[in-house]
Design a protein around this ligand. Structure first.
Ligand code: SAM
Length: 237
């Protein structure tokens, strides 16, 4: 059936609109790549982006946002998914884990989020993880732990939030590779992330580590991993 002039114009306008939406999406990636976040996360931010694009999570939680590199890449992926939300927890006040030039990073974080256009995806929670955990009650699909890097701090964050991980939920830790590289410039006497994540591995939690950007480890919240066969198929075989 022949399409009317109106239908043809409408079709053409839809295609133009789609092309602009695609360009807008790519431009936001360029903005993120060009933004100075003072972050050690480097290209591993794309690992967060990829996991979120693949998982299509409803709820993501980040502990430790600073100027927002990790948050913005998660936000971009959530925006590209068209669903989901990131709760970004950070007191943005002096702790042992701020760079000297990013102590009160809240305003810079807010500006970066606005510039990259991910404000609808990110809820900034300006408090400590301990405080935020008090009222927490919903399943978490992606948990990114990059806050208090002391052994006690990272253990506490895992213990407070990992019970909420959904069955195929994923936790990700930054700075798990510090003990692999003796580098005085990056040493920190209280650093306890590698030790803690090694303990999780020893207890049977699946841990996959990428030895770039000071080490990024992806951990599943179930000892031995989530079974990939249903009980019925195990009994039958
Ligand atoms: C290494 S920075 C985070 C970097 C950020 N994820 C990025 O991609 O650039 C660590 C942050 O953890 C925050 N922090 C320290 N203790 C915390 C706590 N108990 N709860 C939440 N955030 C904390 C600090 O304020 C600091 O901004």
């Amino acid at each position: 059936m022949k399409r009317s002039l109106f239908q043809r114009i409408e079709g053409r306008l839809r295609r133009i609109q789609k092309r602009f939406q695609g360009l807008g999406r790519k431009y936001a990636w360029v903005k993120a790549e060009e933004t100075y976040f003072a972050s050690g996360l480097g290209d591993s931010a794309w690992l967060l982006y990829g996991i979120v694009r693949s998982m299509k999570p409803e709820t993501c939680v980040e502990i430790g946002s600073a100027r927002g590199k990790s948050a913005c890449y998660v936000g971009l992926a959530l925006r590209d998914n068209g669903r989901g939300r990131l709760y970004a927890i950070d007191p943005h006040s002096p702790t042992d884990w701020n760079d000297s030039d990013s102590v009160d990073s809240f305003e810079i974080f807010r500006q970066n989020v606005a510039w990259i256009g991910v404000g609808d995806q990110i809820e900034m929670i300006r408090t400590t993880s301990e405080e935020a955990a008090r009222g927490w009650n919903r399943p978490i699909d992606l948990l990114f732990i990059d806050g208090d890097h002391s052994y006690e701090g990272v253990k506490r964050d895992w213990e407070m939030f990992s019970p909420f991980l959904s069955p195929f939920g994923v936790a990700m830790f930054h700075d798990t590779g510090w003990d692999l590289e003796v580098n005085v410039a990056h040493s920190h006497e209280k650093m306890g992330v590698p030790r803690f994540v090694d303990e999780l591995r020893a207890k049977g939690y699946p841990v996959l580590t990428i030895d770039k950007d000071y080490g990024v480890s992806v951990v599943q919240g179930v000892r031995g991993g989530v079974p990939l066969r249903s009980q019925a198929s195990v009994t039958a075989s």
